[in-house]
Design a binder for this molecule. Structure first.
Ligand code: HAM
Length: 441
């Protein structure tokens, strides 16, 4: 029987590769002082229907339990984080830096870079309003790729700002929250759709005072700005009042400070100003970013941003927060492409072979070695001739073969065969553990 579409089996070699990613993510998160947490794989359905935005809601694995409760497998971790830490906001240390490595489920069409079950490395900072939080998270996201040997030749961070987009819409007189949300969601899919379709949708959404074509052309220009100066120049072509001009000046200054802090963190070569990034999730309120392979092949490696209103929506208590998540599917593809995934090799230190009379002695010795952190195998069932056991032992490629025979035992000895140089030593059976311990040190 096959696995479900978009779900994966992890045999030892792919499981080891997956665990190597987890190890790298965990190591880098701890270097930045993030603390690991976890939550349930299933949550009340409304946690996502209220908080994640339409795109994810359409992709939910949702069902009812036997008690009639509506629930869903988590498609992302952010709403769970808000639910978990929203319980004790008054006493929460600020900032709190959190990470986790968890499986997520989205009913998407399985394709390259997109599955229905995947792992995410989430990192979030709760309780910090300053852009130092964004800077640290972007630096963490970049370091989590550098850890695996990826450099600025392989990936980059596309940094954008939803507040700039809101100011842009304001310049066209668009301030209604639902309308702003609708246009941001259009902007998120802009790249993937024909111009005519976007213009048709714009015509439906925009107030009658704004022509769809005019808005499309001006917006195209803003989308392609690569510097803060270019953004400023683009805004200056619209009729902005003094209040809007001041808001723009302040926001561009914040953007400049963020770029400056990222430079200080050694990230300038990774980061590009790119307003085409808007993010599909509805809860973002400020700077947003996505990490891509250079040349933008494939789906995003990671994405995130500031979501300062999500805690308030869920708990009625305001609390600033920023975060991102990186996925294992696109990262594995990229590492494979550049041969950066560690080669899987099972590591066995010792294989014991023995005459049947020596079974208890061999098992006792195996167990003592295991307690000393050596990996040890021995043949199961009634043992065959030593030569047959040795053949089996070679298949496993251990570093050493330990040989127990009646004759050796009568002299209180065992043989230790080293496979690297094919030499055999005779050592006292009581000293075996000590000999291996010395060898390791
Ligand atoms: P997201 O952009 O939906 O953000 O997902 C983040 C990353 O998860 C993507 O860049 C991608 O690598 C991976 N990913 C998403 N969907 C799939 C899929 N179907 N198959 C394989 N990989 C996938 C979020 O989930 C936000 N909750 C991130 C966040 C954390 N924002 C603030 N804190």
């Amino acid at each position: 029987m096959e696995s479900l579409p978009g779900f994966r089996d992890f045999e030892p070699s792919t499981c080891a590769q997956r665990n190597a990613l987890f190890h790298g993510w965990r190591t880098v998160a701890q270097r930045f002082g993030f603390e690991e947490f976890d939550g349930p794989i299933a949550e009340p359905l409304e946690l996502f229907t209220q908080k994640s935005g339409e795109e994810i809601v359409n992709q939910l694995f949702a069902f009812e339990d036997k008690g009639g409760r509506k629930m869903a497998l988590r498609p992302e971790m952010t709403p769970s984080l808000v639910r978990i830490f929203g319980k004790n906001l008054a006493t929460l240390k600020k900032p709190t830096k959190l990470f986790n490595i968890t499986e997520q489920f989205r009913y998407e069409r399985p394709q390259k870079g997109r599955l229905r079950s995947f792992y995410q490395f989430n990192a979030d900072i709760v309780g910090e309003a300053s852009l130092s939080a964004e800077a640290e998270l972007i630096a963490l996201a970049a370091e989590s790729l550098r850890y695996f040997g990826l450099t600025e030749e392989h990936f980059y961070v596309r940094l954008s700002d939803r507040q700039l987009w809101q100011l842009w819409l304001k310049a066209f007189g668009i301030t209604d929250e639902a309308l702003v949300g609708g246009i941001l969601s259009l902007l998120d899919k802009w790249e993937r759709r024909p111009k005519e379709d976007i213009e048709k949708d714009l015509a439906k959404l925009l107030p009658s005072s704004v022509q769809a074509k005019t808005f499309f052309d001006a917006t195209e220009q803003l989308r392609h700005c690569k510097t803060l100066e270019a953004i400023k120049a683009c805004f200056s072509q619209q009729a902005t009042d003094a209040e809007l001009s001041e808001a723009l000046r302040q926001r561009l200054s914040e953007f400049g400070k963020l770029l400056h802090e990222l430079s200080a963190l050694g990230c300038e070569k990774f980061v590009a100003v790119d307003l085409t990034i808007v993010r599909g999730l509805a809860y973002y309120t400020g700077f947003v970013f996505e990490l891509f392979e250079t040349g933008n092949q494939g789906r995003a490696l990671a994405g995130g941003g500031r979501y300062d209103q999500l805690f308030e929506k869920l708990t009625r208590h305001p609390m600033p927060a920023v975060g991102f998540a990186a996925g294992d599917v696109t990262l594995t593809d990229l590492l494979n492409k550049y041969h950066l995934l560690p080669e899987y090799k099972r590591k066995i230190d010792v294989f014991c072979v023995f005459e049947e009379t020596e079974r208890d002695r061999a098992l006792r010795c195996s167990q003592m070695l295991r307690r000393e952190n050596f990996s040890v195998l021995y043949p199961f069932g009634e043992t065959k001739m030593l030569s047959k056991q040795l053949k089996k032992a070679y298949v496993e490629q251990p570093r050493y073969i330990l040989i127990f025979t009646q004759e050796l035992s009568s002299r209180g000895k065992v043989h230790v065969k080293c496979l690297a140089n094919e030499t055999t030593r005779e050592v006292g059976s009581e000293e075996v553990v000590e000999v291996f311990r010395r060898e390791r040190d």
